[in-house]
Design a protein around this ligand. Structure first.
Ligand SMILES: *Cc1c(COP(=O)(O)O)cnc(C)c1O
Length: 407
């Protein structure tokens, strides 16, 4: 019996970019605007569009593809798991999810002694929903979040997200959230009291344009939350899994809750909520659930990602190449570049004027994928395995895009 050929529906005979873009406009809900390109293939740090143009991927699908595209280790892990056992529901367990939970706990550096517990999800926003629900079980319901924060788009995570353009159309949102200026420990101390369940902080605010808090801030937040019996929750959905050159950007500061997602599955959807000590005991049977979360195929992808980052020294590569990128861009001494922010391979090139979206579009035309999280910030979040030479090609192309965007 012949098999229905799903692949034929997306094969080369259906691949002209204008045609695909028009079909997209007909059938896809208009939540993202018109797509800038239709991509058909990826390999390593490169992707190809439907017209066979090649791009250097400096965004990694929003800090997701840390190992680049079609990484052989991820591919073989997923393929072998999928051909063995693809899905069973959370009535049952699989070796892959157990092993991934153990690995995640180990790489936080807190061993298994801190009674760390893991809840798997399919996305960052869901990891944050799990954490938010856990905070409700403390008996307190207030949460303090940061101005400029981004925690996701589902209603709970959205209630913690600061941007009014994202929030306002969907009010009323779950309440009890107070926003304080990011990086200002005194402002936090002013509103923190014994009614607060948790304080949620991104170690670096990626969506806000790659903004880091002052030195010592995270530790100070740890001390303040401890004083008031509030949980400390780091949203490391964007900063975790080696993106900043460390497994966790918050390394050295012991949070009660840590949420992960983007870089964890190299593009296979997976998120995780890690909870330490008493926080790991809050969610009890019946309190929370998920059909797909902890799926063995997603879990094996996570195991493969961790294995390759370790084997290939990609934390060190992210640190070294990230420094090289920042130094090289600053060395251009381009009048339109103010500074380069961030750590490791999560970088924001800050521009003197609000032309980042235009610069990003011109870079795309020149074969470089970036994005503009703010009107004056260009975000660079390439695969963790990118080389200096590949970064040099981007830096060489940057002045022309900047110049053309200003004209
Ligand atoms: C992307 C992001 C999220 C949301 O993750 P999704 O997988 O898009 O739901 C949450 N928090 C931070 C810090 C993020 O960068």
């Amino acid at each position: 019996m012949s098999q229905p050929d799903a692949a034929a529906l997306v094969g080369p005979s259906h691949r002209s970019q204008p045609e695909l873009t028009s079909r997209y406009g007909q059938v896809m809900m208009n939540t993202f605007g018109a797509p800038k390109r239709v991509f058909v293939r990826g390999e390593g740090v490169h992707v190809w569009d439907a017209d066979q143009n090649r791009y250097l991927d400096l965004l990694s699908g929003l800090a997701v593809n840390g190992l680049g595209h079609a990484h052989p280790a991820v591919l073989s892990a997923i393929t072998s798991q999928l051909s063995t056992l693809g899905h069973v529901s959370n009535f049952f367990a699989t070796p892959a999810q157990i092993a991934l939970a153990e690995r995640l706990v180990d790489l936080t550096g807190r061993g298994r002694t801190d009674h760390a517990k893991v809840f798997f999800t399919n996305s960052g926003t869901e990891a944050n929903e799990a954490a938010l629900k856990a905070t409700r079980l403390t008996g307190r319901s207030r949460v303090i979040a940061m101005e400029g924060s981004f925690h996701g788009r589902t209603m709970g995570a959205l209630s913690l997200t600061h941007n009014p353009a994202y929030r306002t159309p969907f009010e009323p949102l779950p309440g009890g959230v107070t926003f304080v200026p990011y990086g200002d420990a005194d402002a936090l101390a002013d509103v923190l009291d014994d009614t607060v369940a948790a304080v949620v902080v991104e170690p670096i605010q990626g969506e806000n344009g790659v903004v880091s808090p002052p030195q010592g801030y995270l530790q100070r937040v740890r001390e303040l939350t401890r004083e008031h019996g509030a949980l400390l929750w780091f949203d490391e959905v964007q900063t975790g899994m080696g993106r900043t050159g460390r497994w966790l950007a918050s390394e050295g500061v012991e949070a009660d809750l840590v949420t992960l997602a983007k870089g964890l599955g190299n593009g296979f959807p997976i998120g995780a909520c890690l909870a330490f000590g008493a926080a790991g005991q809050l969610l009890k049977p019946g309190h929370h659930g998920t059909t797909f979360g902890g799926n063995p195929v997603a879990a094996i992808a996570g195991l493969a990602v961790i294995g390759v980052i370790e084997r290939d020294g990609l934390l060190a590569n992210a640190t070294a190449v990230g420094e090289h990128l920042a130094n090289s861009v600053e060395s251009l001494r381009h009048p339109l570049v103010t500074t380069v922010r961030g750590e490791g391979l999560l970088r924001g090139i800050v521009l003197a004027v609000d032309i980042a979206p235009k610069v990003s579009d011109l870079l795309l035309d020149a074969g470089f994928i970036t994005n503009a999280p703010r009107p004056n910030v260009l975000r660079i979040a390439p695969p963790l395995l990118i080389t200096r030479e590949q970064i040099d090609a981007f830096v060489a192309a940057l002045p022309q895009a900047l110049g053309a965007a200003r004209d």
